[in-house]
Design a protein around this ligand. Structure first.
Ligand code: ATP
Ligand code: MG
Length: 329
């Protein structure tokens, strides 16, 4: 693809300063996302997904900082922008639906005020009637009755609040939207309808999405490509349709795929991945997944694998030695 990527991560590492020293929550991550693409990001709790999202938005909190690498959005380095440039850029070109979307809304402002605030803070020329009309249009887009514009967040159901948060994220028609677990707190039926809607709106407005979730089956359905994160690293980036090829992925990906509940006859089978994600302060030597890996060899305990370009995607695993190396450690 020759288009400018909407997102370009180069060798990105993000760390938290802790009393025990810097803890690397994002570890040498590379990724390009192209216009109109939906890319999924999966990984167990604590693997670094939200840290990565906040780093991209340049909204890292507390002791977190970019340790190494670059983040470009629409060709522009997020960390070289002045505060004024960043304010104009964020929400207009790149926006985010936060993991804690339930609390992302201001409880003392009506839905309409919150949408209008976003619009007027970026579009200086917009008149109040234009902003109101746009707020109505946005509610239509996320399928909420316009009468709710005059309501406060607490008067809305969880699903409706989530739709409002999505409406605000797309209010300025950004080119790129990060969605961090946008439906996790909702029941399955509401989750399904919101996902259908995200797809519909995305087809309509044509923005790119980085869709973060624990739910591998959901991500595989929604995204064209999926990045699998383990202990801060992208251990695999694979086209979703290749996920059917069992036995040809990173052993962690295979484990996540096996952990998807399957209905067989009249029972549900779930196979988990034994063990727990590692403590980032004391990462295992070599490949961080080796203590939990069913096919680990001596080499895995010693050396971090390079990234191999395999028929099923980019995979950081010694099992694929022989394939072309795209990135040395
Ligand atoms: N405030 C903090 N101080 C120190 N370390 C932190 C802090 N927040 C997160 N971390 C570290 O960063 C790692 C990644 O956290 P992050 O929230 O990015 O994970 P996540 O993949 O989004 O998890 P979840 O699926 O639970 O949302 C954690 O495992 C933890 O070690
Ligand atoms: Mg998170």
């Amino acid at each position: 693809m020759s288009q400018t990527p909407v997102l370009e991560l180069e060798n990105l590492s993000v760390a938290y300063d802790t009393p025990k020293g810097p803890v690397r929550a994002v570890n040498h991550v590379n990724m390009k996302i192209y216009p109109e693409e939906i890319v999924g990001l999966v990984g167990e709790s604590g693997s670094g997904k939200s840290t990565l999202a906040y780093a991209i938005m340049r909204l890292l909190k507390g002791s977190a900082f970019v340790q190494e690498g670059t983040i470009k959005v629409l060709g522009q380095d997020m960390y070289k922008m002045s505060p004024t440039e960043l304010r104009a850029f964020r929400w207009a070109k790149i926006s985010m639906v936060f993991q804690s979307a339930m609390s992302a809304l201001n409880p003392v402002m009506t839905v309409e005020q919150q949408i209008i605030d976003t619009l007027t803070s970026h579009r200086k020329g917009i008149t109040p009637p234009q902003a109101r009309a746009r707020a109505e249009e946005l509610l239509d887009l996320v399928r909420i009755d316009r009468k709710y514009l005059k309501n406060y967040p607490h008067q809305l159901s969880g699903g409706m609040r989530q739709r409002v948060v999505i409406a605000i994220a797309i209010a300025l028609e950004p080119a790129f939207v990060i969605m961090d677990e946008p439906t996790t707190a909702l029941d399955v039926v509401v989750q399904r309808s919101i996902l259908d809607q995200i797809q519909e709106i995305q087809r309509h407005i044509k923005f790119s999405v980085l869709f973060i979730s624990h739910d591998f089956s959901l991500v595989a359905e929604l995204a064209q490509r999926v990045a699998i994160m383990y202990a801060g690293r992208f251990v695999e980036v694979t086209p979703s349709q290749r996920l059917q090829e069992a036995g040809h992925h990173h052993p962690y990906t295979e484990g996540l795929l096996r952990a998807i509940p399957r209905l067989t006859a009249d029972e549900v089978t779930i196979e988990g991945i034994p063990g727990n994600p590692p403590d980032l302060v004391t990462l295992p030597s070599g490949c961080a997944f080796h203590p939990r890996c069913p096919v680990a060899t001596e080499e895995c305990k010693i050396a971090l694998p390079p990234i191999y370009d395999t028929p099923n995607g980019l995979i950081e695993c010694h099992r694929f030695a022989g394939e072309k190396v795209v990135q040395h450690v």
